[in-house]
Design a protein around this ligand. Structure first.
Ligand SMILES: [Fe+2]
Ligand SMILES: [Fe+2]
Length: 260
């Protein structure tokens, strides 16, 4: 059996600090073998840098995924290809740098992993996430014992559709991007673990991780403002998945919340 933890979008320094502080103990207490984290908001809430990616990987994370904020930090496009265990969304245009999937071995399990961006209410140039997922699942099936698919999307409908589309063909379909954990963790009928959003890892006294006041004011008057990363009520939010030895199906999925 393999226990895999998928940590939702790490937001800024508070998100990085709770991962560094709490992940080692969580790994030990829950017997977690493998940890994936979305790092698209790790650098001051927008994007990631090489230094930050390396520090997250040193703090007990085995693989980092990204989302629509993938290119927010200048220079990252030159670094992404040089850091192992980081992948960019798979359905970005093919000329974009970075791996479109990862295969990492843990306790004899080969875990394959990729992210697809949704296209509803998303402002990124991206190919069809369903066709990209079909192509990669076909390619990875023979090379991996478990396949984890992240659907980084705004619309719950698109995320649910991806879960049903891949049910029985992958181990888990996990949503990210909306930063709010959903109460729908389930094993779909053909054995795929699913959750619309695993939530963010960062300050919850906020609007999606940012200081409340400037966001509220922006909604009222539409004027541009700086949205600093908030600091209070920091939580780590993740999905914990158990994978059986004899099949790629998931046996169990639960939401994990750890408070600072
Ligand atoms: Fe995010
Ligand atoms: Fe996002």
């Amino acid at each position: 059996m393999l226990k895999l933890l998928f940590i939702g979008d790490i937001v800024g320094r508070p998100g990085r600090e709770i991962v560094a502080d709490r992940l080692p103990r969580l790994r030990q207490e829950r017997g977690i073998d493998f940890v994936i984290a979305n790092g698209e908001n790790a650098a001051a809430g927008a994007g990631i840098t090489g230094t930050i990616a390396k520090s997250i990987l040193e703090n007990g994370v085995d693989a980092i995924t990204l989302g629509d904020h993938v290119w927010d930090q200048r220079g990252w496009e030159n670094e992404i290809g040089q850091i192992d265990r980081v992948c960019r969304p798979a359905n970005l245009p093919s000329k974009c740098p970075g791996w479109d999937h990862l295969i990492i071995e843990s306790r004899g399990f080969r875990v394959a992993l990729f992210t697809v961006l949704g296209r509803s209410f998303m402002n990124m140039k991206a190919d069809c996430p369903f066709q990209t997922a079909d192509r990669l699942v076909e390619q990875l099936r023979a090379q991996a014992d478990a396949i984890i698919v992240e659907i980084h999307a705004e619309a719950t409908s698109e995320k649910q559709a991806m879960g049903w589309h891949l049910d029985g063909r992958v181990t888990a379909v996990l949503g990210t991007h909306t930063h709010v954990p959903t109460a729908d963790a389930t094993i779909l009928p053909k054995g795929t673990a699913f959750m619309c959003d695993v939530g963010m890892t960062g300050p919850y006294a906020s609007v999606l991780g940012r200081e409340v006041r400037p966001v509220v004011e922006r909604f009222i008057d539409g004027m541009p403002r700086r949205f600093e990363v908030a600091t209070e009520d920091v939580r780590l939010s993740a999905a914990l998945i158990e994978i059986g030895a004899s099949s790629t199906n998931a046996q169990k999925i639960e939401l994990i919340t750890v408070r600072m």
